[in-house]
Design a protein around this ligand. Structure first.
Ligand SMILES: Nc1nc2c(ncn2[C@@H]2O[C@H](COP(=O)(O)OP(=O)(O)O)[C@@H](O)[C@H]2O)c(=O)[nH]1
Ligand SMILES: [Mg+2]
Length: 325
């Protein structure tokens, strides 16, 4: 990532003074718990960035949340639906200077963002944007600190949960229970991802909506999420939807989107925000990160969701059981 002057942004580990220390109920649920298994292993980058964490494991995310009050954002969708690309595009856009009224103010997971953008850049030069597949063993939490351009507000911290889509597939198939993925309950925002590529494809469109229905069903279980207000619909790869010219097909896509919206609204009982993104368009028609302004607007205007009840007890030994940030 480079800034307007062409220089890479300096990682400014945001100040961690006593003024940042927070007390109260959040801290009480932040007691660091032992992470187990590969998925929460603290790891480091290659030689180039030796010693810096690629991303944060559960304990590190908890520790960060104990110092600040980050807004936790999780995109929930199948593998290849474009989740990682969204996080990477936020970072890339901010690297070019002010974006959507926000300025990059630091990240504890710079190399995590960089590694996610790395293949993009290489592949983009070759004309084929590709994103490395997120593995279940990858560390999930990406940290970003932003300040508003006007500098009228205090800095905001975000934790983006970049999870392997397999977790959500297991959830919607009832193989995993929401209680096994406690980050869902802690999330201030959960973007339910509809993959534009699949919506554009008549053979996969219906399944895409059905899977969303199952996912919403899983999330409607007691204590699965903090509250229905955390939910939004995130349509990715808008460029692939726009590439469909046939009027009947376009109408069918609109119908599928309407159906998806009404499925979510059965849970929220109020209009659900629909965020349309082309994070990494295959054509020049959309700039990098198209639509991210509305995502940032949504997450910055609702920075914190109050968890109504105490967190449920976590099953021991699960890789993500410890995440309570
Ligand atoms: N056409 C198009 N492709 C995209 C877009 N965003 C992501 N992709 C591609 O979709 C594939 C899966 O993206 P990825 O972010 O890894 O998905 P994830 O598995 O959900 O994290 C990659 O090949 C991306 O290059 C987009 O806005 N438009
Ligand atoms: Mg991914």
């Amino acid at each position: 990532m480079t800034d307007a002057s062409g220089e890479p942004p300096t990682a400014q580990p945001a100040a961690e003074g006593p003024e940042d220390a927070q007390t109260g109920s959040l801290d009480e649920v932040l007691a660091a718990t032992e992470g187990t298994g590969d998925a929460v292993r603290q790891t480091t980058d290659d030689d180039e960035s030796a010693g810096r964490p690629l991303a944060l494991d559960t304990d590190a995310a908890n520790a960060l949340a104990a110092r600040r009050r980050p807004t936790v954002v999780v995109l929930a969708g199948r593998n290849e639906s474009g989740k990682t690309s969204v996080y990477a595009a936020i970072y890339e856009r901010l690297g070019r200077g002010p974006f959507a009224g926000w300025l990059f103010a630091g990240s504890n997971t710079l190399s995590g963002f960089e590694s996610r953008c790395h293949l993009w850049r290489k592949a983009s030069n070759a004309g084929v944007p590709e994103m490395e597949h997120t593995q279940a063993t990858d560390l999930p939490w990406l940290h970003l600190r932003l300040t508003d351009v006007e500098k009228t507000m205090s800095a905001r911290d975000y934790l983006f949960g970049d999870f392997d889509g397999e977790f959500f597939r297991e959830l919607l198939r009832n193989v995993k229970q929401p209680s096994e993925l406690p980050f869902l309950r802690r999330a201030d925002h959960i973007g339910l991802v509809l993959d534009g590529e699949r919506l554009a494809d008549p053979g996969r469109r219906e399944t895409e909506v059905t899977e969303l229905e199952y996912l919403v069903g899983a999330l409607s279980k007691p204590e699965a999420i903090a509250g229905p207000e955390v939910l939004s619909l995130v349509v990715t790869k808008l460029d692939l939807i726009d590439a469909i010219e046939d009027g009947t097909e376009r109408a069918a896509i609109d119908e599928a989107l309407d159906k998806a919206q009404s499925i979510v609204e059965q849970l929220t009982n109020s209009p659900v925000p629909v965020i349309r993104l082309a994070a990494r368009s295959a054509t020049d028609r959309y700039p990098l990160g198209h639509g991210l302004e509305s995502l940032l607007e949504r997450v910055s205007s609702h920075p914190a969701t109050q968890v109504a009840n105490e967190l449920p007890p976590q099953p021991a030994g699960d890789a993500f059981a410890g995440f309570r940030a």
